[in-house]
Design a protein around this ligand. Structure first.
Ligand code: AMP
Length: 547
């Protein structure tokens, strides 16, 4: 027997419809790519998104066609998103931080028909489009005044397209299972793979993201997503903010400490989301200029493990609560968040810190399990390392065009490629990427743990741990350090600093100082590049026995 409730397909166009109708006057503030701060509203964004849809229809875009964006977080990018998705086309967010050849490969794989591009990336597209035969048209997201001279074939000016198109265009009317968004993983192993979100998965992810224990966004919030819309859907903020009518502040192309501070301060932002490197830049800016952020209440930090120094600086010096979150492109991306359970929140802050450092617990809609190499379930004792497996209503079931074959185990769980522990009260902690973990004498050493503890050394700006071959133990960890400008420290200073904070046999065999630690296209330390740079490195000495 079926239920007798109304059929109301969960399609994301309803989110912007709702925002325009019930929160139409709420602001969207953008640091435009052209420079000035510009102000719009949800009502205006909705009207203009409809015009984008009309234009796309006029160009023959149909249900399921891929339309790409190569753009920063701006109101125009939001309009393009909803304009594309509203008519059942697939919004394919391209990551401009990838190499041009990778972008071209991805465009061809996705068979994108149209690309919306920011001024910043017109040059890149000019370079690669001759190799992308499926692309029929490019829309440059600027006005006539700033429209560049370009060799791009059939280049449209966004503002002209919007002005000349009708704001009457029907949205929705298709199944909630219809494809909605496409985002490629960064392809650290093999070719990039496309994660194809559905309207339903994005809608459910939005509802989950809005929970008090997840992003906790409300109509009273002003939210600034630094995390880009081209990386895992800006963690869902471009859906969650209009869903509740939160004021949205979009940083455009500028994500340095000063630019972010200016927006946080002048727009009185209450909550924000970004990777740890962005927060580190902001904190350095605040500290060096003696600034405060009285309106900022909480920040969500994810994408890479959040160091203790950031959690403490926000709490102690700025009264800001840090929500540590874990997720990935394949999980839409919110997989776990570190909101505090009553057992933890009733403890003094210092005792909460070990839990705040963990990546947290899964919200409804996500199931987690921890397994050994053979797929056997491992205990939740907070100590046993295992493969983190995930299943749920907004987790990828397969990649676009079947890349990678079957990606699920017999119970339908996806292998995240992360190694983690889960403690008795359910807090998951990522200890490594499976391919980065150091295996010494058959035992696993968490590189993330050592990196984050070493980062607490006052002279350290960035730290990374990689494994290097060892004749007796197979592999041993070495610590790589980029020092803060003007600081000095020795190998022994770092080893002394780690003493007593990690197990003896985890102690790095060496400390190597470098001028630069490479970051990948999603802002994470690129250990593949780091290992390649250090391929001729040899260990200085023998190492301690595992405990
Ligand atoms: P991406 O799909 O590019 O967003 O990358 C997802 C990967 O980033 C995850 O599988 C983790 O390895 C890593 N990651 C994301 N959030 C965290 C976090 N809070 N702590 C540690 N690693 C994280």
């Amino acid at each position: 027997m079926l239920g007798l409730m109304q059929s109301w397909p969960l399609t994301v166009d309803k989110i912007l419809d709702h925002a325009a109708r019930w929160h139409g006057h709420r602001e969207i503030v953008t640091r435009s790519v052209e420079g000035p701060i510009v102000r719009g509203t949800y009502a205006e964004c909705h009207d203009r998104a409809k015009r984008v849809s009309s234009a796309l229809k006029g160009w023959g875009v149909k249900l399921g066609d891929r339309v790409a964006t190569l753009a920063w977080n701006t109101q125009r990018h939001m309009e393009a998103w909803y304009g594309i998705m509203g008519i059942g086309a697939v919004c394919h967010t391209l990551n401009p931080r990838l190499f041009p050849e990778q972008i071209a490969w991805i465009i061809n794989h996705a068979e994108d028909r149209i690309i919306f591009v920011d001024l910043t990336f017109v040059g890149v597209l000019e370079q690669i489009l001759p190799k992308c035969p499926t692309v029929e048209r490019v829309v440059v997201m600027t006005d006539a005044w700033n429209m560049p001279q370009t060799t791009l074939p059939r280049a449209e000016c966004y503002e002209q397209v919007v002005a000349e198109s009708s704001n009457v265009c029907e949205w929705g009317g298709f199944s909630e299972e219809t494809a909605c968004g496409l985002c490629y993983t960064s392809g650290t192993t093999g070719d990039p793979k496309g994660v194809m979100y559905s309207h339903r998965s994005n809608f459910l992810h939005t509802l989950v993201g809005l929970q008090a224990d997840v992003l906790a966004t409300s109509v009273r919030d002003t939210i600034l997503p630094v995390v880009p819309m081209f990386h895992a859907n800006a963690w869902g903020v471009a859906f969650a903010a209009p869903a509740v009518g939160a004021k949205l502040v979009l940083p455009g192309a500028k994500m340095d400490g000063q630019s972010i501070y200016e927006l946080l301060s002048t727009e009185r932002v209450t909550t924000s989301a970004a990777v740890p490197t962005v927060w580190q830049m902001l904190l350095t800016h605040l500290q060096s200029h003696g600034l405060k952020l009285p309106d900022l209440e909480r920040v969500t930090i994810g994408g890479a493990a959040c160091p203790e120094t950031i959690i403490r600086a926000f709490h102690d010096d700025y009264g800001v609560d840090v929500f540590h979150a874990w997720g990935m492109t394949e999980t839409s991306p919110l997989g776990t968040t570190g909101s505090l359970t009553p057992e933890v929140s009733s403890q003094p802050f210092d005792q909460q810190v070990p839990y705040r450092l963990k990546q947290g617990r899964p919200p409804i809609g996500i199931e987690l399990k921890l397994t050994d190499d053979e797929g056997n379930i491992l205990p939740h004792d907070g100590k046993t390392f295992g493969h983190l497996m995930v299943r749920g209503s907004f987790v990828a079931g397969s990649y676009f065009k079947g890349a990678g074959g079957n990606i699920l185990d017999k119970q339908g769980f996806f292998d995240t490629g992360d190694i983690a522990t889960i403690d008795p009260i359910g807090y998951m902690q990522i200890t490594d990427r499976a391919k980065d973990v150091v295996k010494s004498g058959g035992e696993w050493i968490s590189t993330i743990d050592i990196e984050n503890i070493a980062l607490g050394h006052p002279a350290a700006e960035q730290t990374a741990v990689i494994g290097v071959p060892h004749p007796k133990w197979d592999e041993r960890p070495i610590l790589i350090v980029k020092l803060k400008e003007g600081e000095t420290a020795t190998r022994q200073d770092f080893l002394d600093f780690l003493q007593g904070k990690i197990a003896k046999w985890w102690m790095p065999d060496d400390v190597v100082f470098v001028d630069d630690i490479p970051l990948g296209a999603t802002g994470k330390i690129d250990k593949k590049v780091l290992r390649a740079r250090l391929k001729d490195y040899r260990l200085p000495s023998a190492s301690p026995e595992p405990a």
